[in-house]
Design a protein around this ligand. Structure first.
Ligand SMILES: [Zn+2]
Length: 347
């Protein structure tokens, strides 16, 4: 497994974090902040209930043997027996090589978080900005150059949701290239008022720029990304539907904007989980209608993007093309894990 190849940590530089705040943030390390809240006795009992077990079984059945990474969503109610690498360990690992998942979609990411570049006829749309300025430079910019893209051609940056591992490098792109930043109105409000997670390794949130909502488009040149609201992970999380070109073929892709149920300590966790349940059901219908056959994430741990890229061979089927049925199954796994978690959190 890729996460067993641990190497020496690299130094991370956060942007403009004052020393007092940095000390404060150290008190709540990534694993503690992001970890699931411990289950109460009633919640632990609810895990064994027929309802919760039925949803977990439905999730496992939909996952089959190919979508098992998505079952980790249920870690919040069924803690894994094996040790999983922490976010900080994943951030420190050497970044996987960048590369073209499709003719018009380039992977630029670390083992933790992914930025995607969408080259268009009038410049590049970047989706997410990594953890901080240093990564934006050494992973995103360098990755674009390595794959034949010019970072100065980036015009728009879509931030899928208001957590620092997706906006942290925004400042780099705004200052250096004068790009515009797109986020949902709800998450602009969130990053302007209260950050629900923050880490010393994350850059500061961008200043409010363009807001998009469900049904909107992010358009540049010959390309338009369709925005759908998929709230839950944050209440303003957006996902993107896009046409993906692969040689002569065009596929329909869905980039899911916020996956984990890491809001178990938040007072509005039930509202958010219900939004996630409704959002996965609605998106499954949209995906079926539009023939979505590619499902992407902004974390390689969820979509295996780095491994798929490494496995991609000229002339062979593109490993990023899952097929319509598999995309439907994936959304079912997410939906059923959310419903199982609801059965526990509601106990
Ligand atoms: Zn997040």
């Amino acid at each position: 497994m890729f996460f067993q190849q641990r190497r020496a940590p690299t130094r991370l530089v956060a942007e403009a974090v004052d020393p007092t705040r940095r000390r404060f943030l150290k008190l709540g390390c990534a694993c503690c902040i992001m970890a699931a809240a411990p289950l109460s006795r009633l919640e632990a009992q609810a895990v064994g209930s027929a309802e919760v077990q039925r949803h977990l079984a439905a999730a496992r059945e939909a996952a089959g043997t190919d979508l098992t990474p998505l079952l980790r969503l249920a870690d919040v109610i069924v803690p894994p027996t094996e040790r999983r690498p922490s976010m900080e360990e994943l951030i420190r690992m050497p970044a996987p090589p960048p590369g073209r998942a499709f003719d018009n979609l380039v992977f630029l990411g670390s083992e933790w978080v992914t930025a995607w570049a969408v080259p268009t006829s009038d410049g590049i749309i970047l989706i997410d900005a990594m953890d901080n300025d240093e990564q934006a430079e050494t992973i995103t910019d360098a990755g674009m150059r390595r794959t034949g893209l010019d970072p100065t051609a980036v015009k728009l940056l879509v931030v899928t949701h208001g957590h620092g591992d997706h906006y942290g490098g925004c400042g780099h792109f705004q200052r250096r290239y004068g790009i515009r930043v797109v986020m949902s109105g709800e998450d602009w409000r969130m990053v302007e008022t209260k950050l629900e997670f923050d880490l010393p390794a994350w850059g500061r949130p961008p200043k409010r720029d363009i807001a998009v909502e469900d049904g909107g488009k992010v358009a540049l040149g010959d390309t338009a990304l369709d925005v759908i609201a998929t709230p839950g992970h944050t209440m303003g999380t957006i996902s993107l539907l896009m046409d993906l070109k692969d040689g002569g073929a065009t596929h329909r892709g869905l980039l899911w904007g916020g996956t984990a149920f890491n809001f178990g300590r938040q007072p509005d966790r039930i509202r958010r989980l219900q939004a996630y349940i409704d959002g996965t059901a609605r998106t499954r219908e949209i995906a079926a209608r539009q023939g979505v056959d590619v499902l992407l994430s902004n974390h390689t741990g969820w979509d295996g993007a780095a491994q798929k890229l490494a496995a991609k061979r000229p002339g062979a089927p593109n490993p990023f093309v899952l097929g319509k049925d598999t995309v439907q199954r994936a959304l079912t796994v997410m939906h059923e894990c959310a419903r199982a978690t609801m059965g526990v959190w509601n106990a």
